[in-house]
Design a binder for this molecule. Sequence first.
Ligand SMILES: Cc1cc2nc3c(=O)[nH]c(=O)nc-3n(C[C@H](O)[C@H](O)[C@H](O)COP(=O)(O)O)c2cc1C
Length: 263
Amino acid sequence: MSSNKDTVGGTIKVALILCVVCSVFISSAAVILKPFQVSNKLLDRNKNILIAAGMFDPALNSDSEVDALFAQFDLQVVDLDSGEALSAERLAELNIDPATYDERAVFSDAQYSDAIPADEDVADLKRRVKYATVYTLDASDGSLETIVLPISGYGLWGTMYGYLALDGDGNTVNGIGFYDHKETPGLGGEINNPRWKALWPGKQIFDADGDVALSVVKGAGEGVHEVDGLSGASLTSRGVDNMIEFWLGSNGFGPFLTNLSEG
Ligand SMILES: Cc1cc2nc3c(=O)[nH]c(=O)nc-3n(C[C@H](O)[C@H](O)[C@H](O)COP(=O)(O)O)c2cc1C
């Protein structure tokens, strides 16, 4: 006895079974892999913070060293307007966990971010988060040794994201690093060239009046406030200059750094 399986109904049945099996497989994979994605994202963030602070070199250090090095940092989520760290109650109200809070994920959410008035939007960001994580590291004598701040701003082709590390005085640059950008490799992409980044440590942010004086200039930078611009990449260099002006100014971490200097 034989049966003809090549019917329209049979084909639809096989296709439906295949769809259900595939969707169950893909959904299970997404659920099972989610914790790995989250921990890899955090590992990457932590590594970039350590790189900006000059504590990690991907060529010398292994990923397994990241956790131990990063564990030395304290995390505080700061209200950018007041420059004050959020209390535990306020963090709970806002549903923010400092360990996993991601400024980029809440960038468009009106509860967590505001539109920047056009005349104040020097880094061309359009919006600014109300709360940002500050990473601090204490020296063995208990004094503040390093402060790492998340920074971002538009370059030539898109928004550049990075970290700026400062010494405990809140004024001297310790290092800088970028972990996401769309600049052209060999031109604007040189923002991640170790030789260019080596020009930053020791530079001073504020002048004697407390105004942001650190800038990226076209050509060779002079003195403690100027960093050489990247040759052939003036527009990216200006973008970095703008993000420094924005994030260290009154709309960025200015109030936090003022509080810090006033003890
Ligand atoms: C394909 C292409 C990609 C470019 N990418 C960048 C870039 O990523 N960043 C940048 O500032 N300039 C880039 N430029 C150059 C700018 O158009 C501009 O010429 C340059 O910023 C001027 O810098 P300079 O005044 O130092 O010569 C690119 C140009 C071309 C043709």
